[in-house]
Design a protein around this ligand. Structure first.
Ligand code: BES
Ligand code: ZN
Length: 402
């Protein structure tokens, strides 16, 4: 009977071009699924020798199914977990590993609580916050907007990156535990810039405050088009510069290591941050928190600070909300990009906890970005809104850096 069915299947394949086109493979004895680890435990109990655990990480399990049990498994998942399907099927173990890495890392980055998020550094943070001067932020925005553009392949894009390096290096020139590096990328001229305050105690644990340094106007001919990028994203870089200035002024000495990252080539697909995040991941570097400052100076909404709730970490977002309440004293809420809209997504995809505090809701933000009109005039020639993000960034740095 089995032989008969097999013969039938083979001949159907031969005569039905749809089978050939779809590269249809009849069941061959071993299949793999990825499934949440909670479900995996139950499956192992119920299916015994019919499943073997291949790997288990980031809250996801890769299981080998040792018989034709998929229908039973579907039914089991449906009954026990009210999930339709509830697992992903893989014909090859390698594809399963890939899914484990990507989906698992993303889910981990979204739902895992990485830190205990206690808030108790008021004595340090209050005086630092009082020193935030919006005029400094406005001045930096204006300086960065003067580069013809900051496109990742143009000379002005390289010059802008180096100007950030110089201004950050100057702020910390008296400190031995402060350095600024040019992080050169292989395939394009614009470097990312990374400033580091070395931690005194847990220097292997890293807190990252980031934003992209490049700008763009349209797609074709972008290398030569004028792109001031005042809000997108001179505002984020200028906010970071003010945080560094105050950290240095107060002789702030973190226990963990703090890194400020100005990423290259965000506007063409999050490239700089992707390369850095994957580099950190492959070197096993422990990043305990990441915030992305991208567009901080256009008040497009009644609510002051909006946290993007996708491609970010839930617990860290809530922690940031508490920091706003405790130290910044403005209103906050949630919004959603709907896609990996900025560099936080690169860290998220690599399995790290990331957040993106933003100037407005996704729809309510600055309508002039990616054009010649993205100047500080659209923000009434001041950096009042960005100053709130500098205060939040300082709070985040000190509470996580302790
Ligand atoms: N700053 C924007 C992202 C953004 C725009 C966030 C509006 C919230 C509201 C960023 O620089 C950008 O332009 N991102 C690209 C996506 C990227 C993958 C090239 C975008 O949104 O098109
Ligand atoms: Zn942009």
């Amino acid at each position: 009977m089995k032989k008969l069915l097999l013969g039938l299947a083979v001949s159907i394949q031969l005569i039905n071009p749809a089978f050939a086109q779809d590269n249809f493979q009849p069941f061959q004895g071993k299949q793999y699924i990825t499934v949440d680890s909670d479900a995996s435990e139950q499956i192992q109990k119920s299916f015994g020798k019919d499943v073997t655990v291949v790997d288990n990480s980031y809250g996801v399990s890769l299981l080998q199914i040792n018989g034709n049990k998929l229908d039973d498994l579907s039914e089991f998942m449906h009954l026990n977990f009210k999930r339709c399907g509830g697992f992903i099927l893989h014909q090859e173990a390698e594809e399963g590993f890939q899914t484990l890495r990507t989906n698992g890392q993303k889910r981990w980055a979204n739902a895992h609580q990485f830190m205990d998020y206690q808030i108790n550094q008021e004595d340090l943070i209050k005086p630092m916050i009082q020193d935030v001067e919006q005029q400094n932020i406005a001045d930096s925005i204006i300086e960065l907007s003067k580069f013809h553009n900051r496109y990742y392949t143009s000379q002005s894009g390289v010059d802008a990156a180096l100007s950030i390096k110089d201004s950050w290096a100057k702020l910390g020139q008296d400190r031995e535990d402060f350095k600024v590096e040019v992080y050169q990328h292989k395939n394009f001229p614009q470097p990312s810039i990374i400033a580091t305050i070395e931690g005194s105690d847990h220097s292997d644990e890293i807190v990252i405050i980031g934003g992209h340094l490049d700008s763009i106007n349209g797609r074709w001919g972008a290398a030569t088009r004028r792109a001031p990028g005042a809000d997108d994203n001179a505002s984020g870089i200028a906010t970071m510069t003010e945080i560094i200035r105050i950290a240095m002024k107060h002789d702030y000495k973190p226990k963990r290591t703090i890194k400020f990252m100005a990423y290259a080539a965000e506007e063409v697909g999050l490239i700089g941050s992707k390369l850095i995040a994957n580099d950190f991941k492959s070197r096993g570097i422990k990043v305990v928190g990441v915030i992305q400052l991208d567009m901080t100076n256009y008040q497009g909404d009644e609510t002051d600070i909006l946290f993007m709730d996708d491609y970010t970490n839930k617990a860290q977002n809530a922690f940031l909300g508490s920091l706003v309440d405790k130290y910044v004293g403005v209103s906050w809420g949630y919004s959603r990009c709907g896609y990996g809209c900025s560099d936080h997504a690169s860290w998220h995809r690599a399995g790290y906890p990331a957040s993106m505090p933003h100037e407005a809701t996704m729809d309510g933000g600055n309508p002039h970005i990616h054009s010649t009109r993205d100047t500080i005039e659209q923000s009434n020639d001041n950096a009042k809104h960005a100053a709130k993000f500098a205060k939040l960034g300082l709070s985040f740095m000190v509470e996580l850096g302790k």
